[in-house]
Design a protein around this ligand. Structure first.
Ligand code: A2P
Length: 278
């Protein structure tokens, strides 16, 4: 499933990489979509042997002029069952990797790590009734994977994805994604029943304005959702976004008696920094 993008024809000869044995494979760009001057999506080929759990991240990169790899961590935004791999990235004009990566086109090649890892996985959470996925900016990427995993809906009665960005245009990727998920053949039925998408903007006048953390603290979020306040007995929380979001949402969870989970010791909430690839 990937209804949200249209292939862009290559305007120049593809940039290829000569394959060398090592901790990476060389993959080919299949699609690219630019959302704003700060955000873009890309899809690449997936090696047959590449396995990951929804919510994990992987190293992505390009060779430098000296041939050595320049790599950054990226959340895998596609579901584990998909035949290709999706990523959602920021563009940093003077960033060593994204200043180049933002110009990739279908047919170009890039480097993909072989070892996915991460804490935003269902295995790191105890069973619960309601799963909150709290994100800002490109922090929505791991949740783009998790909301397409049937296990998410098997484990929880309700799945609430919150996404806060500075401006409305930055919500487009998430809006298109959720729409596509709800009409998907495989998981649409679960998503239509259980997935709630809550969005807000902080710097333009969208329908809902404000930081999600403020809305949790004031209770506005729960009023808008028609849900009870956060309760560690039944709620589970996954957090991914800016440093400030992580710190403040973690604090909110701890104050309410939630315990941080990990792969080794599943508990009530998990946190991961959105990888702001430079
Ligand atoms: P704000 O505009 O009030 O700073 P960025 O694009 O810088 O990564 O930010 C993405 C979103 O995260 C913005 O809407 C931003 O709000 C919000 N944000 C930044 N810091 C926090 C925080 N400490 N708690 C909640 N949201 C935050």
């Amino acid at each position: 499933m990937n209804a949200m993008t249209t292939p862009t024809p290559p305007a120049r000869p593809a940039n290829t990489i000569s394959a060398k044995p090592g901790p990476f494979t060389v993959e080919t760009v299949l699609e690219v979509k630019h959302y704003t001057d700060r955000l873009f999506y890309f899809r690449i080929t997936r090696p047959d042997a590449f396995r990951f759990r929804s919510g994990e991240f992987i190293m992505i990169g390009l060779p430098k002029e000296d041939g050595k790899p320049l790599l950054r961590a990226y959340s895998l935004a596609s579901p584990f069952w998909d035949e290709a791999l999706d990523f959602y990235s920021i563009k940093v004009a003077d960033g060593p990797l994204t200043s180049r990566l933002q110009h990739i086109q279908p047919g170009d090649q890039l480097l993909l790590g072989k070892k996915p890892t991460g804490t935003l996985v269902l295995d790191a959470l105890k069973p619960g009734k309601r799963l909150y996925m709290v994100s800002t900016g490109t922090g929505i990427a791991p949740f783009a994977s998790l909301i397409r995993d049937p296990e998410t809906y098997e484990k929880f009665d309700q799945v609430i994805l919150t996404h806060t960005c500075r401006e409305s245009a930055e919500l487009t990727y998430g809006n298109e994604l959720v729409e596509a998920v709800k009409s998907d053949e495989l998981i649409g039925e679960f998503a239509r029943e259980k997935l709630v998408h809550f969005t807000s903007t902080t710097r333009d006048d969208g329908p809902v304005k404000g930081r999600v953390t403020d809305m949790i603290n004031s209770g506005e979020l729960f009023d808008r959702l028609g849900a009870p306040p956060l309760d560690p007995a039944v709620d589970r929380v996954m957090i991914c976004g800016s440093e400030g979001l992580l710190k403040d949402t973690k604090q909110i969870c701890l104050e309410r008696g939630f315990i941080e989970g990990s792969n080794a010791a599943p508990a009530d909430f998990v946190v991961e920094k959105a990888f702001v690839a430079t």
